[in-house]
Design a protein around this ligand. Sequence first.
Ligand code: SF4
Length: 311
Amino acid sequence: MSRRARFLEVLGIADEWVLRRAPALPEAVEPSAMAGLADPSAEVTAVHEDTASREAAQAAVTLAAVADARVDEAQAEAAPSAWSAQADMDAAAPAPATAEVAVARMPPEPVAADTSTREAVIARLDWAALEQRVCGCNDCQLCDGRTQTVFGVGDRQAEWMLVGEAPGENEDKQGEPFVGQAGKLLDNMLAAVGLARGRNVFIANVLKCRPPGNRNPEPEEVAQCEPYLRRQIALIQPKLIVVLGRFAAQSLLRTTTPIGKLRGTVHSYEGIPVVVTYHPAYLLRTLSDKARAWEDLCLAREVHARAGAKA
Ligand code: SF4
């Protein structure tokens, strides 16, 4: 049995391969010039009639490609006339070709994450370090007008996390999110689903400092402050995030979709389910939307229950 026949038999595809052309070996061929070469003109056509042999056929195609590459490398040294069907068989010897295929299939080298960036540093902070860093943060212009930062409040092992926009005047004075009339309404909303501030709930804002005159935060202010919220979420690992108001929803979900269209659907932030509802301050002005807010809380409760939650 010829070397070629033995090789194809090993691959289990001896009956499926047809050499279109197998040029004769010229007399002037130097054997050393052919070693390890495949004949690029000796194209191999695989006829896949048997599903069980598909893998073997694919491997042979890969081997032929590897051999072709070797031809390219060797062309500078060996004359094209030296290629032959016999050289093809030599090149397709299973052991070295398998090694090359294995190298070709190795995943790319992972790109090392830059651990020195501001975000990467914040992402490693524990609760105490995070709170301290926020307290002294001057990383955006909002630090100029604040009375104090508003870090967030509540149970740090909570399953529910509520996220609002930014501190208002009262929050800036008291250092706690959602105080005043809007805060009272939020407490009532929480009570309606069996929750209480500080018990299985953590409340925070996207921004930790009050924008002057309660203006909308600028994109760069959000970009600077969001890593703090992201770290809070990573530390708490809540089963559900309820986002309060258009601005917080659009910032967290990175969208410009109106809140009316974001409501009623379960979104995702870093793999955590997110339910969007109205800001309590808006509900104080728009009583007609309180029924919709109740629907949102019912959806949140359902999502929370589905997440296998305790309370
Ligand atoms: S808003 Fe955020 S980023 Fe800007 S100063 Fe306050 S804590 Fe720092």
